[in-house]
Design a protein around this ligand. Sequence first.
Ligand code: MG
Length: 172
Amino acid sequence: MLELPWERDMRVGIGHDTHRLEPGLPLLVGGVEIDSDRGAVGHSDADALLHAVTDALLGGGGLGDIGRWFPDTDPQWAGAASGQFVTAARDELARLGWHVVNLDGIVFVEAPRIAPYEPQIRASLAELLGVDAGRINVKAKTGEGVGPVGRGEVIAAQAVVLLARNEQAEPA
Ligand code: MG
């Protein structure tokens, strides 16, 4: 097989998550509390973006998914801060010789506007992943008034990450 001189061992991972919204609950996005009269329902702290990021990390590493690592039937994760799911996935990837090249994410929510929080969310994700904020991008979309997002019934998130193999690591 032709070996290209610039070729490195790289993997891409994708994640998606959805949580129902209800009045009177906190709304966390990427580890940042958003001022909102509605919040996300979940077993943990219901941070859809962090769950999508965790799944993207685990997916890129071929490590399954968040449900396998942190089952929502396990009382250990009741009310858990979802940042610990991200750092656990990151640490396992590091143990296997992988690091994050970049992450791109999308938050789907009708209200409130997420854009004003974007710098904070990027900084939070950068800290959790142990990378520069320049390697993180997050944007928010509404549902244009249609579908479960547009009706304000749910918050959803998607994330994609690129992983690269550390030079000194054994081949995967
Ligand atoms: Mg979730």
